[in-house]
Design a protein around this ligand. Structure first.
Ligand code: 5RP
Length: 262
């Protein structure tokens, strides 16, 4: 592997082989998502506990201090909105010059397998990988489900992850699901888990994160279940122990309770 590619990946994936990315990119199609109205303020207390931020160039430039920023995964796909016709109709919205100028550790884009625009999103991924390989920049493919959250099962997510890896993504982001080992075992590159909409209880989050890690995920790209929580710092610290310290659900839950005072 090229030196630059290795160096960038090691900024993201820590020496234990695990990682905790904090996505704050939701506004690129959802607008001012709840608790992310002022992203810079929301994430300030969380930054010390995450390994990277997943963010668009607009929020990066306007809300993140370049002197103290953690490593960045730049969201470079978009062009749709929650009120538009079809969330899957994304294109590449950021040039490679901009990616280099912003000195990011990786880029990320969504693929929409099974949607009307499947073909376009997969070709975009292939082209992006080609371009990024020239500069040693890793690509994280996001297996997006749009509004169809019920699509999150092992057969579908396994298909998406494998296709993303076949097209050259260095890391794949997907959702946790039952039989998650099937998703990971069919994907030859590292898999990170998103959280999806906020869960009812924090214990549910600890349970799926623990299960996914046991089944081979290398970590998280998990946002709303952290920053939409009433106690985001307690959440991020507790989740970090599962990702980086092999903590059990019970241990993470105990830590959460002691930090949040619940
Ligand atoms: C949304 C994304 C997010 O990065 C991803 O869904 C993870 O965030 P969450 O844990 O809130 O689902 O791609 O555009």
């Amino acid at each position: 592997m090229d030196w630059g590619m290795q160096n960038r990946l090691s900024r993201l994936i820590q020496s234990d082989g695990h990682c905790f990315f904090l996505p704050i990119d939701h506004g690129y199609f959802q607008g001012p998502t709840r608790k992310l109205e002022k992203p810079g303020e929301t994430i300030k207390p969380l930054i010390p506990y995450v390994d990277a931020l997943f963010v668009t160039r607009g929020v990066l430039r306007s809300c993140i201090n370049p002197r103290t920023s953690p490593p960045i995964i730049l969201r470079i796909s978009g062009g749709t909105s929650i009120i538009g016709k079809d969330l899957s109709h994304e294109g590449i919205i950021t040039s490679i010059q901009e990616v280099l100028r912003l000195s990011v550790a990786a880029v990320g884009m969504s693929i929409f397998v099974g949607s009307e625009y499947e073909h376009d999103s997969l070709l975009n991924l292939g082209k992006l990988v080609d371009e990024c390989e020239n500069y040693g920049i890793p690509v994280m493919a996001v297996t997006a489900v749009g509004k169809e959250l019920e699509k999150r099962d092992a057969r579908y997510l396994g298909l998406c992850c494998r296709i993303a890896a076949e097209l050259g993504a260095q890391v794949v982001k997907t959702y946790w699901c039952e039989n998650f080992e099937k998703v990971v075992n069919g994907c030859p590159v590292p898999v990170v888990m998103a959280g999806g909409p906020k869960c009812e209880t924090e214990r549910e989050v600890f349970e799926f994160v623990y299960d996914g890690m046991q089944k081979g995920a290398i970590g998280l790209n998990l946002g709303r279940n952290v920053w939409q929580h009433e106690h985001p710092v307690a959440m991020v610290k507790a989740l970090r122990t599962i990702v980086h310290e092999n903590a059990s659900v019970e241990e993470a839950n105990d830590l959460f309770r002691s930090l949040s005072g619940e």
